[in-house]
Design a binder for this molecule. Structure first.
Ligand code: NAD
Ligand code: IPM
Ligand code: MN
Length: 353
């Protein structure tokens, strides 16, 4: 029996509404497989934990998370309780940075059964590789002076190691796709970091024969992703640019509620983390209407990561079959609840046991 030990962090808001279904689905996947068992350790880290303990996770939280094979996360953040920069830097970004999760893979594609807001989304099938550990997400800088003279300085940190790692990952990924990588740059405006980014990109591209490249400034790229989504296959982007582009990718699919992501550790020292692209959605939390597809698709990425691609495909096909019959939450034009969508996925999976 293959055992996979998972740390489960539902987090805040709708994270708590979609996570239980992801775990039920993993259990059924284990049953279908016959030789796969998931063991869960649950962590109640999030904004309520902060209100009780004055911190987002226990002092030994990172050590305990590090003991698992992977982390499954819902969403973090509830600004009505804790300022976002405190909650995110105390949990989500802390894990990404300290566990060296340098790669964030975020696919977006036409999802059978779900309408895109674009008139012609056919053949839209994209993966964005987002540098996930540094760049614009840095704590280097500070605030000084007071009153009208106050200034805030935010330094971006781009290391060659992390930049190249993200680019190499994108090139390798595109070798199994359409052999084209687009780099999101802004070397016309960002004086040091982006010319550096471009140089590393051309150096990396020279290592990968047979893969064509293009680069576009982030502003033009964002626009073109909406007008010509089919032109893109694999995009590599810095942390912030990747953050923005992946929400556009999710929107082209039809909703931010369906996009998944894998935060990967490539040096084997720490567990990888799987989480949907969306946040805690305070505006709909507690209503039972959160789209569970993003979290469930995230489970597919987790299965792939642990070498269970066959089960990953069974899960994604099942998810698409439910969407194709328009058993969908309101964000994508349906009237089903979270429980109804996930329940239908589980019902169909159970038929395969
Ligand atoms: P958000 O993704 O939570 O919500 C944006 C919009 O999308 C909202 O209208 C919301 O209702 C909708 N939405 C999101 N997920 C949905 C789903 N599964 N089903 C249906 N609709 C969905 O982004 P935000 O409002 O900018 O952030 C809210 C909080 O979440 C903030 O504290 C933010 O920092 C945090 N956040 C966390 C993560 C994460 O943990 N990975 C990601 C993004 C935002
Ligand atoms: C995401 C989120 C996070 C990010 C926030 C919540 C810090 O938007 O995972 O896309 O910016 O990376
Ligand atoms: Mn984001």
């Amino acid at each position: 029996m293959k055992k996979i030990k998972l740390s489960v962090v539902p987090g805040d808001g709708i994270g708590n509404e979609v996570m239980p279904h992801a775990l039920d689905i993993l259990d059924v996947v284990g049953e279908i497989h016959g030789g796969l068992d998931f063991e869960y350790e649950h962590f109640e880290y999030g904004c309520d934990y902060y209100l009780k303990h004055g911190k987002m996770m226990a002092d030994d939280g990172m050590e305990r998370l590090a003991e698992s094979d992977s982390i499954l996360l819902g969403a973090v953040g509830d600004a009505s309780k804790v300022p976002d920069h405190i909650s995110l830097w105390g949990l989500l970004l802390k894990i990404r940075q300290e566990f060296e999760l340098g790669i964030n893979v975020r696919p977006a594609k036409v999802f059978k059964g779900i309408d895109s807001p674009l008139s012609d989304p056919a053949h839209f099938d994209l993966v964005i590789v987002r540098e996930n550990s540094e760049g614009e997400y840095s704590s280097v800088g500070g605030r000084m002076y007071r009153g009208d003279d106050e200034i805030a300085i935010q330094n971006n940190v781009f290391s060659k190691r992390a930049t190249k790692q993200a680019m190499e990952y994108a090139f390798k990924l595109s070798a199994g796709r359409s052999h084209h990588v687009t780099s999101a740059t802004k070397s016309n405006g960002i004086f040091h970091a982006m010319p550096f980014w471009d140089e590393v990109f051309s150096e990396t591209s020279a290592q990968y024969e047979g893969i064509t490249t293009s680069q576009q400034h982030i502003d033009a790229l964002a626009a073109s992703l909406v007008t010509h989504p089919q032109r893109y296959d694999t995009i590599v982007a810095s942390n912030l640019f990747g953050d923005i582009l992946t929400d556009i990718g999710a929107a082209i699919m039809g909703s931010i509620g369906i996009a998944p992501s894998a935060n990967l550790n490539l040096n084997g020292k720490f567990p990888s983390m799987f989480e949907p692209v969306h946040g805690s959605a305070p505006d709909i939390a507690g209503q039972g209407v959160a789209n569970p597809i993003g979290q469930i698709w995230t489970v597919k990425m987790l299965l792939d990561h642990h070498g269970e691609e066959e089960m990953g495909s069974v899960l994604l096909d099942t998810l698409e079959s439910v969407a194709a019959e328009r058993i969908l939450t309101p964000d994508v034009g349906g009237n089903a609840t979270t429980d109804e969508v996930a329940g239908e996925v589980i019902k169909r999976l159970k038929r395969k046991v």
